[in-house]
Design a protein around this ligand. Structure first.
Ligand code: 9WN
Length: 432
């Protein structure tokens, strides 16, 4: 076992809180939806019981309507803002009676995480039993999305907040902020006491984030009202690719379990989703997938690492996949760059140090690696893998990394939180 692998295990063990993992001490002291799923993949390699517990705890937070929140506030903590008192998700009539949480969600990774855990397991029979006890909750979550987040019945679900995207202050959202003029809020930021403010979103960006929550709260988090009124209503290629990838895994696992009743519904969703995804979200001019602003009925024509995430879900055909990779290499893959920046490095909105406005994130790299392998684009897949290992090796288990190679000479090119769980978890999976 290499030193790096051992350190990754240490990070995960330190971030374990008995029934779930925190993404990062102080900065993110609770359980987060997509972090939890991705962390479980790493845990499964050395402690299957913890991996299963992680997922069970996450699914235990599910609401009466199938919704799963983006943060589950298991404990009180004054090191994070906004907490449960600001979110007030209890206003929703079907919210969890057991846990405090937010009233927004995150990319639905759980379906494919169950398949990953099954792939990793050395005791398939026992793991299948665990999957049997949890899979219906994941199906219920997908049903929530298709029934409540797809107003035009297109098979594409919307997100109503940038925190639902997981790519929180992507420059893509700038176009939406331009359509809004929220009040100036008075509040105490906590993130900027843990991390250099130049690597985090601005105060004005936070005003927008809080304002969207206030609109949702005013209507007790009613999905119908949010669809009608939220200034942020976006069909996100990353979010929808996660749903499609998870649908595919649920089909595979239900068939394995010999439970065929749910499979026909999943296949119906899947067919419509893939069809609309390819016709509505692919941008011929850009040569990759882009976000669609449903509130203002317009595509948001920007390249980001989300543009390539459909490879992971097998959405483009081979010809399109290969053409997309050419676009990626041209814009993101020069010899002085690590793959893959989170935003188009040739754009004037690119910022190599700031959160989702440019730095490389390990979860998106992990998806890209697996997506490239799926299409047998093996040389680029190997490059993504090696770049990922090098960045972690040179700097530590940071939250995000500078994509410019020259910045990596002194081990200070890791940004955001350190000892970050999914960076460790997905490294473990890459090294296996
Ligand atoms: C808000 C926990 C989360 C990740 C997100 C990442 C960041 C939170 C924040 O941290 O977002 O959800 O406070 O900045 O952007 O992807 O899930 O690691």
């Amino acid at each position: 076992m290499s030193e790096l692998y051992k350190k990754a295990i240490e990070v995960l063990e330190n971030n374990w809180r008995g029934r779930f993992s925190i993404p990062c001490a102080k900065l993110y002291p609770f359980q987060w939806f997509w972090d939890s799923g991705l962390i479980a993949i790493g845990l499964a390699h050395f402690d299957m019981e913890k991996a299963e517990t992680e997922i069970k705890t996450l699914l235990d937070s599910q609401w009466g309507n199938g919704f799963i929140p983006h943060i589950i506030f298991h404990s009180e903590s004054d090191s994070y803002f906004p907490g449960p008192d600001f979110h007030r998700s209890d206003l929703h009539p079907q919210s969890s009676k057991k846990y405090n949480s937010t009233g927004m969600t995150q990319p639905p990774v759980t379906g494919f995480v169950l398949e990953e855990i099954y792939r990793i397991s050395k005791d398939k029979k026992a793991t299948l039993k665990f999957i049997e006890s949890t899979i219906d909750k994941v199906f219920f979550n997908h049903q929530y999305f298709y029934n409540n987040r797809d107003p035009h019945n297109e098979g594409l679900v919307y997100i109503y907040h940038n925190w639902e995207s997981g790519t929180d202050n992507s420059p893509i959202w700038d176009d939406i902020w331009d359509t809004m003029n929220p009040p100036e809020y008075t509040f105490e930021r906590r993130d900027t006491t843990h991390v250099d403010p130049s690597q985090r979103p601005s105060k004005r960006e936070y005003d927008h984030y809080l304002y969207i929550i206030d609109i949702a709260k005013e209507h007790n988090y009613s999905d119908a009202k949010i669809a009608e009124l939220s200034p942020f209503l976006v069909q996100d290629p990353l979010f929808n690719a996660m749903l499609i990838k998870s649908n595919e895994s649920l089909i595979y696992l239900y068939e394995k379990l010999g439970k065929h009743e749910k499979v026909s519904q999943l296949k119906k969703w899947q067919e419509k989703s893939i069809q609309s995804f390819n016709s509505k979200l692919f941008d011929e001019e850009i040569g990759a997938y882009v976000h669609y602003d449903l509130r203002n009925e317009r595509p948001l024509q920007f390249l980001s690492s989300s543009s390539f995430s459909p490879l992971f879900a097998g959405i483009p055909d081979e010809e399109r996949a290969n053409a997309m990779v050419e676009v990626m290499l041209k814009k993101f893959g020069g010899e002085h760059q690590y793959l893959c920046a989170s935003f188009d490095p040739t754009s004037e909105r690119f910022n190599p140090k700031k959160y989702w406005r440019g730095p490389v994130w390990i979860n998106l790299n992990w998806m890209l690696y697996n997506g490239l392998k799926k299409y047998e684009i093996n040389d680029i897949a190997q490059r993504v893998k090696q770049d990922t290992i090098d960045m972690l090796q040179n700097n530590g288990f940071y939250e995000y990394f500078d994509s410019r190679k020259e910045m990596h000479n002194n081990g200070k090119a890791g940004y955001g939180g350190n000892n970050f769980s999914w960076s460790a978890a997905l490294l473990i999976d890459l090294l296996e």
